[in-house]
Design a protein around this ligand. Sequence first.
Ligand code: AOF
Ligand code: ZN
Length: 352
Amino acid sequence: RGDGQPHAPTTPLEAQAMAVALDVARQGARGANPLVGATIVDQNRIIAVGHHRGAGTPHAEVDALRAASESGQDVRGATMVVTLEPCDHTGRTGPCSRALIDAGISRVVYATADPHTIASGGAARLRAAGVETVEGLMAEQARELNDRWLLAARQGRPYVTAKIAQSLDGCVAAADGTSQWITGDRARRSAHALRARADAVLVGTGTVLADDPRLTARDRNGEPLGNQPLHVAMGLRPVPDGAALRDGPWLQIASHDPVQVLAELAAAGVGHVLVEGGPTITGAFIDADLVDTLVVQQAPLMLGPGIRSTGALNVDTLGRAIQWRLDEPVRTLDDNLEIILRPSPRRPEKTP
Ligand code: AOF
Ligand code: ZN
C-alpha cells in the first residue's frame, strides 16, 4: 500500500472521474511504464483529463494539469483523480507529487499504490504538504488494467513484449528456412515502431546466425526511427560480427533460461524488452509465463510444413492450452492482421 487513506469516503463525481481515468489510460502504450489515466474535478464536474502515453512522455497527472491550463481552468483547490499513486521521483520526467502541490491541488484520489520502490512515496509527500489523499477507489479495475506490469514490477524484471510475424497457419519460415518477407510492408513498419518503444530487442544466437537481422528501429526510408534499443543475443553459440551486432550497442547473454536473461537485462537497466525470436526463444518465454504483451502479425499465406512460430510449447491437451485475450481491437495493416494480446486470467496453473 501507499500512504493514502484507505477506504476514506469518495463522492459519486470522483467515482465517475475514476471511470473516465481508467478508460483514457488504455490509450497509452504498454511497456516499461504502467497505463495511467488522470482527471481533475472541481465541485461539480470534470475539468480536465490526461493520460500517460508511454515511457519518456509526461505522466498522466502532468498531462491533465497541462490540459487544464490549456483550456484556462483554475485547478487551485481542485481534486486529482488518478489510477495510480502519484510518483515521487525524477526518472525520465519529474515527480508528480510536487507538480500537484505546486499547482495547488488540495485532494488526490488514486486507485492503487505504486509498487515501484524508486517511484513510490508520492502519497506521503502530498500528505506532508497538507493535501488530502485517498487510496483504493476502483482499485480492482486499476489492478486488472496493469496486471502484467504489476507482476513484472513485483518480480523485479523488465516488461516483456514478444512479436511474432507469421503465416495464417502459424509459421515463421518455410520448410527450407526462407522467411523474408512473410508480412507486408506496413506490418514491418509497425514492427519497427515496436522496437523504438523498447529498451532492448532480444533474439536467439540461432537467429543471428541464420538471418543476421538488423535490430534497429527504422522508418520507411531506412532512417533511424526515434529511440534505438540495445541489441541482445541470448544463447551459447558465439555470434559473428554481423549486422545485428554491428548496428548499435549490443550484449550477448550466454544462457537459455528466460528468467536468468531477464535478471541480466534488469541489471543492465532495461525496463522493457521486445522478444523477436526465433521460435525456440519465443516459446521458452511463453512457456515460462514471461510474455506480458504478445503481438502477432499474421499474413494471408500458408506455409504448410514450415517452421512453427512458437516452437514446441508445453501443451499436450486442450485443457492446458495457453490462453490469451485481446488487449486492443485487431488492426488491419493492408492485408495483414495485427493482433495484440495479453495473458488471459483463465490460464491453468503452471506445471512445476
Ligand atoms: C505517475 N504517473 O502517469 C506514471 C507513473 O522514469 P519515468 O519518469 O518514466 O517514471 C516511471 C515510473 O513512474 C514507473 O515505473 C511507475 O512507478 C511510475 N509511473 N507514475 O505518477 C504516471 N506512468
Ligand atoms: Zn509521476
